[in-house]
Write a protein that binds this ligand. Structure first.
Ligand code: PLP
Length: 433
């Protein structure tokens, strides 16, 4: 039991550098957050040693009395965090990540080659919602199921529910997936349930991005309308990297949904649960149930709105010109920049963002926008006044990118790298400002 710094100073050094990077820069990736020290301690605990295939009270290995206690506690806290009646809802807390949670949910709900519909990736959907390209079925959700994306309305950039309804009538999906990775507005779950019911389809919500805000009651709840709800635990929920699957216990004609979901997680898709991670989820969910969580979630949204206002104030175009949640989608096409260029420039100045497709993008490889999120900065106690400064930094980064683009043309990044690394020239001075 020697410390990491003694046993492996090389890995310790990498962790130290990454710690410095995370706290010296501005973290604006919408899918990231800053997990608490308590949750990280649970995640790094001795629980990683234990095998516990199965469920509490029914394991394939001995020695699980404390692990059973832990998993039951985590399940209780997960239901409590979303204010769910344990007689109506159950939860599986074992998925290793959001992707495996989603694939297990599909395995539980539909048969191979059944049809499903999810929001298209270029419109903000996630890979695991049935994404495929013109050339290839690149995700398991498209390889093992037949999928058809639904889309945003081309002018409002909101989910085009009427068109989804129309397409569902002919495509006849067995499952409709709602939830997204890059959609700044809230969802009409009731409308979606109406569409699902008219096709006798399941309705599943992947609330990975917004679950922390939903737990706080700051966004509409998918639980009233959906049969199954999945989430990651590390985005707005601020826990370790993992997934959860909530399932209704009282679905007419599918009384076995609980068994179907549990069997789909193990043995269909996974092996032994990661008990250290389950402990960290439990600790994070305790924080979600605390009175300060609502204030955090509220501030995340206020900060995202403030960021949107600042950028619109500078004359930039945002998808839907604002936000209801933690993220802002910035369409850079009107200023003539790609998302990759701005991502790169921001990397050099300590602002971490990601390039992202915006509605109408013709190339997924060179997306025309960037996605910004306020969860991590809000975890660092930033308020509106801080976010206004961040908005100004972003504006300056874009102006710098435009300037370099004008001067250096297609050599932009190479030249910028040179000046940034050597410290020469106007570019370098700009970077230091
Ligand atoms: N679902 C949504 C909506 C996501 O945005 C993501 C990841 O960003 C996932 C699922 C996948 O989660 P993970 O990376 O934990 O597999």
């Amino acid at each position: 039991y020697k410390p990491l710094s003694e046993v492996d100073p090389v890995v310790q050094n990498i962790i130290d550098k990454e710690t410095w990077r995370q706290f010296s820069g501005l973290e604006l990736i919408a899918s990231e957050n800053l997990t608490s020290l308590a949750a990280m301690q649970a995640n790094g605990s001795i629980l990683t040693n234990k095998y516990s295939e199965g469920l509490p009270g029914a394991r394939y290995y001995g020695g699980n009395e404390y692990v059973d206690e832990l998993e039951n506690l985590c399940r209780e806290r997960a239901l409590k965090a979303f204010n769910l009646d344990p007689n109506v809802w159950g939860v599986n807390v074992q998925p290793y990540s959001g992707s495996t949670a989603n694939f297990a949910a599909l395995t539980a709900l539909i048969q191979p080659q059944d049809r499903l519909m999810g929001l298209g990736l270029p419109d903000g959907g996630h890979l695991t919602h049935g994404y495929y390209t013109a050339k290839k079925k690149i995700t398991a959700s498209a390889i093992y199921f037949q999928s058809l994306p639904y889309a945003l309305d081309a002018s409002t950039h909101l989910i085009d529910y009427p068109s989804l309804e129309k397409t569902a009538k002919t495509f006849k999906p067995r499952l409709i997936i709602c939830g997204a990775s890059a959609y700044p507005r809230d969802w009409d779950y009731k409308y979606l349930r109406k569409i699902a019911d008219s096709e006798q389809a399941w309705l599943m919500c992947d609330m990975a991005h917004t679950s922390g805000l939903i737990a706080a009651g700051e966004l509409a709840s998918p639980f009233e309308s959906c049969h199954v709800v999945t989430t990651t635990t590390h985005k707005t929920l601020r826990g370790p990297r993992a997934g959860l699957i909530f399932f209704r216990k009282d679905v007419e004609g599918a009384k076995d949904l609980e068994k179907r979901v549990n069997d789909a997680v193990f043995p269909a898709c996974q092996g032994g649960p990661h008990n250290n991670t389950i402990a960290a989820i439990a600790t994070s969910l305790l924080q979600v149930a605390s009175p300060t969580w609502k204030a955090y979630a509220k501030q995340v949204i206020v900060n995202a709105r403030t960021l949107a206002e600042v950028l619109v104030g500078y004359g930039y175009k945002l998808q839907t010109q604002g936000t209801d949640n933690h993220l802002v989608l910035w369409d850079l096409r009107p200023v003539g920049l790609t998302g990759s260029k701005v991502e790169k420039i921001c990397d050099y100045v300590g602002i971490t963002i990601n390039k992202n497709a915006v509605s109408g993008d013709t190339s997924a490889a060179v997306p025309g926008g960037i996605r910004l999120g306020t969860s991590a900065l809000t975890s660092r106690s930033m308020k509106e006044e801080d976010i206004r400064v961040v908005g100004e930094f972003l504006h300056r980064a874009v102006q710098l990118a435009l300037k370099l683009q004008k001067e250096a043309g297609s050599k932009l990044i190479k030249d910028f790298e040179r000046v940034a690394l050597t410290g020469d020239g106007e570019g370098a001075r700009e970077v230091k400002v």
